[in-house]
Ligand binder design. Structure first.
Ligand SMILES: NC(=O)c1ccc[n+]([C@@H]2O[C@H](COP(=O)([O-])OP(=O)(O)OC[C@H]3O[C@@H](n4cnc5c(N)ncnc54)[C@H](OP(=O)(O)O)[C@@H]3O)[C@@H](O)[C@H]2O)c1
Length: 278
């Protein structure tokens, strides 16, 4: 099996590529400047030359707040860029795993969201990721769309690294306590993606670490496990105005993932422990 991984310098892409290579898969990474996914001809040429069986599409514009002002760049990467990769996959007959986000939803309440829920993104980043999803569904038959959330990995910035830094610098930190979801470790998600490459149960899936928490609870666990004694103050989202609005409820149901024979991802607290020990 030959696999191309886009965004292979990023948090998830780097772990996916490493996992594939360590399992003897003929895998190649593609990231800026080697491949700019906003360049349609470059995408077509790259995949025509590599002739992969699968493309794991992790490349994305991921700065959720900045996206509200850098709208065109965000759209170019997440919507047009994904469509370019989709059309190049179609041309060379490759299947595609597209990594999407919990930010496609706006599902108030405390219930677990199923993949059949109607997407209704609250922010620009979510809108552009949903456009990417639509390009996949419209053009390909062999695809997985993997909606994940609150990603952390070694290769790049994330909430855990930010809390470690702020926790050491400050005496007290205010953290949002009314947005609930699942932190997700890239090394665990990479294993799910690997399972998908060997499956024909195509479709849209949620894949995150198990268990739910608020950003506040996530931060408290980070401080506890790393022995940081900062005062953490829970605050509602209304007291932490950010350029991009986020959904309160990001409880993604993993029922479909398990019913289709994929492994359950470990609990987020276990994942966090492994990440901090790494
Ligand atoms: N991070 C999260 O919390 C989160 C949550 C839910 C879903 N997701 C999704 O999960 C996937 C992986 O996220 P991640 O956190 O691993 O992202 P990441 O660390 O930001 O990695 C994305 C990679 O894509 C590259 N890239 C950006 N523009 C590109 C272009 N025009 N052509 C080629 N490559 C380009 C980036 O390069 P530069 O660094 O040079 O820009 C980076 O190496 C993304 O699809 C994201 O939308 C992420």
């Amino acid at each position: 099996m030959r696999v191309v991984v886009t965004g292979s310098e990023g948090q998830l892409g780097s772990d996916v590529l490493e996992l594939l290579l360590s399992n003897g898969i003929d895998a190649e990474g593609a990231d800026l400047p080697k491949l700019d996914i906003t360049d349609k001809n470059a995408c077509m040429d790259f995949l025509a030359q590599k002739k992969p069986d699968w493309v794991v599409h992790c490349a994305a514009y991921t700065a959720v707040d900045k996206a509200e002002t850098e709208r065109e760049l965000c759209r170019a990467v997440n919507s047009t860029g994904t469509e370019n990769i989709v059309l190049a996959c179609k041309e060379c007959g490759a299947g595609m795993i597209y990594i999407s986000t919990d930010y496609v939803y706006n599902e108030p309440g405390e219930h677990e969201i199923e993949e059949t829920a109607q997407p209704s993104p609250l922010n620009w980043y979510g809108q552009t990721k949903l456009c990417g999803e639509n390009a996949v569904v419209k053009n390909l038959e062999r695809y997985f769309i993997v909606r994940t959330s609150w990603v952390f990995g070694e290769n790049g910035g994330n909430f855990v690294k930010t809390m470690l830094k702020l926790g050491r610098e400050k005496d007290e930190i205010s953290i949002v306590c009314d947005q609930v979801g699942s932190p997700t470790y890239t090394k665990d998600l990479a294993k799910t993606i690997f399972e998908m490459l060997n499956s024909d149960r195509f479709g849209i899936y949620h894949a995150t670490n198990s268990g739910f928490c608020s950003w506040y609870e996530f931060a408290c666990e980070i401080f506890k496990l790393s022995g940081i004694s900062v005062k953490a103050i829970p605050i509602p989202s209304s007291e932490y105005p950010a350029p991009a609005t986020r959904p309160m409820n990001s409880r993604l149901s993993k029922k479909k993932l398990l019913e289709n024979g994929f492994s359950e991802l470990p609990h987020w607290q276990d994942a966090l422990k492994r990440f901090l020990n790494h």
